[in-house]
Design a protein around this ligand. Structure first.
Ligand code: HEM
Length: 222
């Protein structure tokens, strides 16, 4: 067995993979959010042009494959770690008071991650699948993905689903961000509190802005 497969099979290796893919996914979230905020302030043509660029420009396409692999790796290894932790301790110790020494987010990372994965499958079917393989009409020479998002966010139920999914994302990031730094061994008395504060800020701001997009679109387009 090579050192690579050996590392990936160890608990430490799995945690490292979770940390690296998780931090990469946070970087994706920030760029994805910046692009999608154009739905609130940009023109229809700006957004459609941007969507075409993001799906056809070769270097970005290459990064997309890394993104899909990271989502899969993060989900599969996260599930394996969650199941392993359950098997290791199927029944909680009688004297164990989980609320005293761990946060709610940290104890529910598996279920929060599963909720985000379900969101992703539905989200990618709505937009990503449509953009690549759907029969979207063209406006001014570009596929009208803007129109697809406007139509999708006319449904209050669909918007509610986004808001709830973003709440799950906030809790997931709340533990995930600082946990990634710990798994990478980046602990420092001076910098760890800063990382924790940055983590809290990112965990609240990113999902809140993502949730704002469908809410504002629902209120302005229906
Ligand atoms: C209001 C919130 C959001 C909107 C309006 C939105 C919109 C879109 C659109 C229009 C696309 C298709 C364009 C493309 O393929 O590049 C897309 C793709 C995608 N979205 Fe979102 N998104 C939102 C939130 C999220 C969140 C929170 C996540 C992750 C948790 C996410 C993950 C993805 C992924 C992985 C893709 C495929 C990207 C690729 O192929 O490179 N999105 N999104």
């Amino acid at each position: 067995m090579s050192w690579f497969t050996e590392t990936l099979q160890s608990s430490l290796g799995k945690k490292l993979l979770m940390a690296l893919t998780g931090l990469f996914l946070i970087i994706f979230l920030i760029t994805h959010l910046a692009g999608n905020l154009q739905l609130l302030y940009g023109t229809k043509d700006d957004f459609n042009q941007y969507a075409k660029f993001m799906t056809t420009f070769p270097p970005i396409k290459a990064v997309s494959y890394l993104l899909y692999a990271s989502i899969l790796g993060h989900a599969v290894y996260g599930l394996m770690l969650t199941l392993k932790n359950r098997q290791a301790r199927p029944v909680q110790y009688a004297y164990n008071q989980p609320t005293a020494n761990s946060t709610w987010s940290s104890r529910n990372m598996g279920i929060l991650g599963t909720m985000i994965l379900i969101f992703l499958v539905i989200h990618m079917k709505s937009f990503w699948y449509e953009m690549h393989w759907g029969a979207i009409p063209e406006v001014n020479g570009f596929k009208d993905l803007h129109g697809v998002t406007v139509e999708a966010f006319k449904s209050p139920l669909y918007v509610l689903f986004y808001v709830l999914a973003m709440a799950a994302l906030a809790f997931h990031l709340m533990h995930g961000f600082q946990s990634a730094f710990q798994s990478l061994g980046w602990n420092h008395p001076k910098y760890t509190p800063l990382i924790q504060a940055l983590g809290t800020g990112i965990s609240l701001l990113i999902p809140a802005l993502f949730a704002l997009i469908p809410v504002v679109m629902l209120l302005t387009n229906s």
